[in-house]
Design a binder for this molecule. Structure first.
Ligand SMILES: NC(=O)c1ccc[n+]([C@@H]2O[C@H](COP(=O)([O-])OP(=O)(O)OC[C@H]3O[C@@H](n4cnc5c(N)ncnc54)[C@H](O)[C@@H]3O)[C@@H](O)[C@H]2O)c1
Length: 364
């Protein structure tokens, strides 16, 4: 590998996750952090990039810039990423791509118009070695058709968390609550592993306990897949559980259960050799390698940044394109539409507006 930088990168949005992108980029000898951009000057400066600015449009005018990591709050993701693609830059966009379907559609169109550019969407848990192999097996039909799945996710995000950014906990800023921000990772992993397209979503989102936010702290529902299987989900910011996830997936010839940190907690497959292979993959301890990424995000985040850089250099598609990431993003938005309309919503979304939801006040 060359030690000379060949990819000039920018991080736009230097709050919690922006520095994690910068740290992952710094691990790659082929990357130079050319720009850090944040409306808060100090946050940009802290990243130690060659150049700092408060204006993301200035970043895009740099003819020598190759990659833009979009790490701002949800409402600006799609707009910045679409503008970056139009300016000829590769992009890695944080989850979710957006809370307004019409803006995400514009991003997907910008990506389709520039097929030579890498347009990646963050869903880092797809990079776990066990997950990649399971998905390969499921997509090839080696596990049989998917029959059903359950996703349970719980966390605690308190008033101090929501006070840490004006965008958090609001419909305009975050576009939702625990479902679109925290649980989206767990739901994405389950849907991706199922390897069948979502065709409808029935859901109810509610605000049960958090009086300080507009958005939901509880959501439950069911995603119907093309083959008829159903993925039931319950996700909550319950004020008790620090972080907990449980995915159960059943195919005709296999069953898997993933617990906290998506660690393997149950496995039934057709033969001993496959079982041994999957258990070996599950034992790979990426977190123990201390790659950048807070424990709760997992070290796979650094793998996704590395994949993006590698895709740029190799001239190949990223492992998770924005079109791939739209799958679960769309399911989440459909859950809000289903709540607003009181009935299941088919996919792809036809109604591209953000639904208007006023949830009854939670208990303080
Ligand atoms: N993949 C993951 O596991 C993971 C983890 C955390 C956050 N995220 C995602 O990353 C995004 C950012 O989250 P965060 O927790 O870092 O938020 P944050 O509020 O801590 O950081 C966002 C930063 O963007 C800056 N900003 C806002 N508007 C801007 C603009 N127009 N131009 C430049 N800078 C602007 C803010 O000043 C802030 O510093 C969200 O989409 C979130 O869902 C993903």
């Amino acid at each position: 590998m060359s030690t000379h930088p060949v990819v000039n990168a920018a991080v736009i949005g230097c709050g919690v996750i922006g520095p994690t992108h910068a740290a992952a980029l710094s691990l790659d000898g082929r990357v130079r952090l050319r720009w850090a951009c944040d409306v808060e000057t100090d946050r940009a400066t802290a990243l130690g990039a060659e150049r700092n600015t408060t204006d993301w449009r200035t970043v895009l005018t740099d003819p020598d810039l190759h990659l833009v990591c979009v790490c701002t709050p949800h409402p600006s993701h799609a707009e910045i990423a679409a503008a970056a693609l139009a300016a000829g830059k590769h992009v890695l966009v944080e989850k979710p791509l957006g809370s307004r379907p019409e803006k995400v559609h514009a991003l997907l169109a910008a990506a389709a118009a520039r097929p030579g550019l890498v347009a990646a969407g963050v869903f880092q848990h797809r990079f776990a070695p066990l997950a990649r192999r399971l998905r390969q097996l499921a997509a090839a039909g080696d596990l049989g058709p998917v029959e059903d799945a359950e996703v349970v996710f719980r966390c605690t995000r308190d008033a101090a968390y929501y006070a840490s950014g004006a965008w958090r906990g609001t419909w305009d800023g975050e576009g939702g609550g625990v479902l679109i921000n925290q649980a989206i990772h767990t739901l994405d992993l389950a849907l991706w592993l199922a390897a069948d397209a979502p065709v409808a979503v029935a859901a109810t989102v509610e605000r049960r306990r958090m009086a300080c936010i507009q958005v939901e702290d509880h959501a439950a529902g069911e995603v119907v897949l093309r083959g008829g299987a159903r993925v039931a989900f319950t996700v909550a910011n319950d004020g008790v559980t620090r972080w907990s996830q449980d995915i159960r997936l059943r195919w005709r010839h296999a069953e898997i259960r993933l617990g906290d940190g998506h660690r393997l907690t149950g496995l039934r497959v057709a033969n001993a050799a496959l079982e041994a292979e999957l258990r070996a993959l599950a034992a790979i301890d990426l977190d123990g390698m201390r790659l950048p990424g807070k424990a709760v995000y997992g070290s796979h985040h650094a793998l996704q940044v590395a994949d993006t850089v590698d895709a740029i250099i190799a001239g190949r598609p990223p492992f998770v394109s924005v079109a791939d990431a739209w799958m679960t993003n769309q399911v989440v938005l459909a859950a809000y539409h289903a709540t607003a309309g009181g009935s299941p919503v088919g996919l792809p979304l036809v109604d591209l507006r953000q639904p208007t939801l006023t949830l009854p006040a939670g208990t303080p």
